[in-house]
Design a protein around this ligand. Structure first.
Ligand code: PCA
Length: 206
């Protein structure tokens, strides 16, 4: 079988009462684009830890990606967040936020406690700095669907060490901000430019 040229880019469905999710708006926009030697394949992920793990598992088996980047919304964040770490804990029912009782389960039973992103985050950050796009390295992707997707991707691709794998959290986009006027937001166009810079940086290292 010829080696895949696929750069797997994922975004999430809307959740938490939102009508849109910038992560999917941007992933959908980039679907099919050629990035260096690779071609982007965008996949929409349902919001839920177990559902996200099942969907990413199927996508990895089907596309055998040469690179992979997950995108998600993190309403309230002030900057593009380059996630450094995914943990083997899943807060499937939101117990941590709602009841203070985490009720945490492993994302994948018996798997390691955590994985680091397999991306050159410093290089991506430098590229974003050059374009004056506010970004930061984040040390927690949370314990919900985004962390589960990132963790599962790193676990499932653990034996394909040359495949870069990582995750970026995005702030609310400007239209969502109309419903969250005291929270920070960023324009969809700026976030799309940021994701493009990240994908180009990632693909150039493959
Ligand atoms: N953000 C959530 C789940 C889906 C999304 O876009 C999270 O940060 O886990």
């Amino acid at each position: 079988m010829a080696p895949s040229r696929i750069f797997l880019l994922t975004g999430f469905a809307p959740f938490g009462g939102e009508r849109t999710n910038p992560s999917w708006q941007i992933a959908r926009e980039l679907d099919g684009e050629e990035i260096g030697a690779l071609q982007i394949k965008s996949v929409r992920i349902p919001v839920g830890c177990a559902k996200a793990v099942r969907r990413i598992n199927a996508a990895i088996v089907r596309y055998r990606p040469r690179a992979m980047l997950g995108l998600g919304e993190a309403g309230g964040r002030t900057a593009i967040s380059l996630e450094q770490l995914a943990i083997n804990l899943a807060d499937e029912r939101g117990g941590l936020k709602e009841k203070g009782d985490p009720g945490l389960r492993p994302v994948i039973a018996g798997a390691p406690d955590a994985y680091f992103a397999r991306l050159d985050l410093q290089r991506i950050l430098a590229g974003l700095d050059e374009e004056r796009i506010p970004a930061t390295i984040s040390l927690s992707a949370g314990a919900y669907a985004c962390n589960a997707l990132m963790y599962a991707s790193l676990h499932l691709l653990r034996r394909r060490a040359r495949v870069p794998v990582g995750f970026i959290h995005l702030p609310y986009e400007e239209r969502q901000a109309l419903r969250h006027r005291s929270l920070p937001s960023m324009s969809l166009a700026t976030m799309e430019q940021a994701v493009r810079i990240a994908t180009i940086t990632i693909a150039s290292a493959v």
